[in-house]
Design a protein around this ligand. Structure first.
Ligand code: SRM
Ligand code: SF4
Length: 560
């Protein structure tokens, strides 16, 4: 066992990593043991680095713990070739709960996989040359990048840079391959000195998140990432990136040491410098992040406490050159474009809204079957968006009609027939799978939006778009703190209500009301929407009105 150098005790996860830097635990042995339906709690921590969460069905807790697994892919920029999508779709049918859960970081999760299905599922993903390694854990996670091929001819270069970092920041442990592909338990004694060239023996103090944005679209919610790159083009050529660092949203109720934080703009770099710079930022987190308190261990707290000047100096020492000043940029919008649009190269893409990110078949809409038929018939590339939707891209003009027919035959709408307010929503999974959920989210938000649609109608603004996001706890997985109207679970049927985020994703919202009960929601939201209708300035959005009118009230309350 290592001896902590500081007065404070290292967190338990630090000891686990130090003692088993391969992250192998007892995983292979437990996996092949037919007598057990779960892994030990310590092995549960190692599983995360392999992209797996051990969960139990919280709907069934009254009858004991029913263990199951969530598996998350690592899919750089959310880009999937047709064959890769087909593998995911088959795995969802054969081993998970027959749904694919699109995530807020352009990935896909399987839910409800039992232990006997875990091995075959993981092996198949790897045999299809995909991976789940480092989709979770104290490492760099799935790298996000704007997926929308709308206007810029150089978007592919941004995707290449995103992939470069996705690969370049990957941990090197052999355990992943040996457990999930070869089914072999590594000899830990033999590998006890394994030291990852980038992460060292104990990896990062906490998760690390990276994203690339292409202004004016801020669809990746850039400022919520630990490390961010804002594409800068000159004469229609990508030349470099503004660098951002220190964003993150997770917090805990009643713990003022934890808070959402927007990233700072640090400087400008050229394209050839991104890997060196990314490693510099990541190793600052590795070396200065708080390893004694996992709630206070993200890079954002290093930036907050040591300051941007210190951070820039430390980074320049590590990368060996001075950063240029950031170049001008402007974000005007977040979110996805729905319906058919023309790509810069003359092909077409279709943006499809996926409610709460859940691709499934219901009696009225067979979304899962429809997407699969489109992919089978037209070999289309699928792109996952940062707001849990999908884009079907690179579609030749002559294929549009056939794709529209498949979708229509399965009840899937391709035009913006869903209300604008619904298509701007996101919810995290929460119950019954997430062990941290304090309230419902994915299962609750669609019904709440039915009510909001009614309230918008009553207020005389039925077509208003309001960016609404909900999470079942304050960890912020659907990025509720950037929403114009955010709901954060506090207890069953009780939510904290946040207001004042903006359309460009550049402003954190503020807590407006604490613990609003489900049966108080219509009155609160109805009165806010009526006020908004009456007080808004020309074309003012709900978030901007809230930041102007409601924040003033909050300031007055704080001063009183
Ligand atoms: Fe998250 C933990 C789901 C994006 C902040 N997140 C979890 C876990 C794994 C629960 C757990 O630790 O037991 C959730 C699994 C639930 C389930 O049943 O599937 C979970 N997070 C998700 C996803 C699936 C939400 C979604 O609706 O899409 C997202 C997966 C993204 C991916 O593909 O990698 C997801 N999580 C986020 C984001 C948004 C983002 O990254 O853009 C955040 C806020 C940004 C940030 O990191 O600060 C986020 N998740 C957290 C936190 C708080 C971390 C912190 O700094 O304190 C936790 C709790 C933890 O890590 O202990 C968490
Ligand atoms: Fe679970 Fe909370 Fe994340 Fe929702 S926000 S998925 S409840 S950890």
């Amino acid at each position: 066992m290592i001896k902590p150098a500081s007065e404070k005790k290292l967190s338990h996860n630090e000891i686990l990593k130090e003692n088993d830097p391969l992250l192998a635990g007892n995983l292979a042995a437990t996996l092949s043991d037919p007598e057990v339906d779960r892994f030990s709690n310590d092995d549960g921590q190692f599983l995360k680095f392999h992209g797996i969460y051990q969960q139990d069905d919280r709907d069934k807790r009254k009858t004991g713990k029913h263990y199951m697994f969530m598996i998350r892919g690592r899919i750089a920029s959310g880009i999937m070739a047709p064959d890769q999508y087909r593998v995911y779709d088959d795995l969802a049918t054969n081993y998970a709960n027959n749904t694919l859960r699109l995530t807020s970081r352009q990935s896909i999760q399987f839910h409800g996989v039992v232990k006997t299905g875990l091995g075959p599922l993981m092996k198949t993903i790897n045999e299809a040359l995909m991976t789940t390694l480092a989709a979770c854990g104290d490492v760099n996670r799935n790298v996000m990048a704007s997926p929308t091929p709308a206007t810029d001819t150089w978007i592919n270069e941004v995707h290449a840079d995103s992939e470069l970092l996705s690969n370049g920041l990957q941990p090197t442990t052999q355990a992943y391959h040996s457990i999930w592909v070869e089914g072999v338990q590594l000899d830990l004694e033999e590998h006890k000195d394994h030291e990852d060239p980038l992460y060292g023996k104990t990896y990062l103090p906490r998760k690390f998140k990276t994203a690339f944005a292409i202004p004016p679209l801020n669809d990746v919610d850039l400022f919520t990432n630990c490390l961010g790159f804002i594409a800068i083009a000159e004469n229609d050529k990508l030349v470099g990136y503004n660098l951002t660092a220190g964003g993150g949203l997770g917090m805990s109720h009643n713990n003022p040491n934890t808070f959402p934080r927007k990233a700072d703009v640090i400087g400008y770099i050229t394209r050839d410098q991104i890997e060196n710079v990314a490693k510099g930022v990541l190793t600052i987190h590795r070396d200065f992040g708080d390893r004694t308190d996992r709630k206070h261990a993200r890079l954002k707290y290093v930036l907050e406490e040591k300051g941007v000047e210190w951070f820039r100096n430390e980074l320049e020492k590590r990368i060996g050159f001075k950063l240029e000043d950031a170049k001008p940029f402007e974000f005007t919008r977040q979110g996805d474009r729905f319906g058919w649009h023309k790509q810069a190269d003359g092909n077409h893409f279709l943006g499809l809204f996926v409610e709460a990110g859940r691709i499934k078949d219901t009696d009225s809409i067979q979304l899962k079957t429809a997407i699969r038929k489109v992919v089978d018939s037209y070999k289309t590339e699928i792109r996952l968006t940062p707001t849990q939707n999908i884009l079907i891209v690179n579609v030749a003009p002559e294929s549009l009609e056939g794709i529209n027919k498949i979708l229509a035959d399965h009840g899937v709408q391709t035009t913006h027939e869903k209300s604008p307010v619904r298509s701007a929503t996101m919810a995290c999974p929460a119950l019954p799978t997430c062990g941290l959920a304090l309230a419902e989210s994915e299962r609750y938000l669609p019904g709440l939006i039915d009510r909001v649609e009614g309230l918008l109608g009553n207020a005389g603004i039925p077509e208003e778009e309001i960016i609404i996001r909900m999470t079942g706890c304050p960890n912020g997985c659907a990025r509720p703190y950037m929403a114009e109207l955010g709901f954060v679970g506090r207890a069953p049927k009780k939510y904290n209500v946040y207001v004042g985020g903006n359309e460009s994703g550049t402003r954190l919202n503020r807590l407006y009301k604490v613990s609003v009960k489900d049966d108080e929601m219509d009155e609160l939201l109805g009165s806010l929407l009526h006020r908004f209708k009456g007080e808004r300035q020309t074309d003012e959005r709900f978030g901007d009105w809230s930041a102007r009118a409601l924040w003033k009230e909050l300031d007055e309350q704080e001063e009183a």
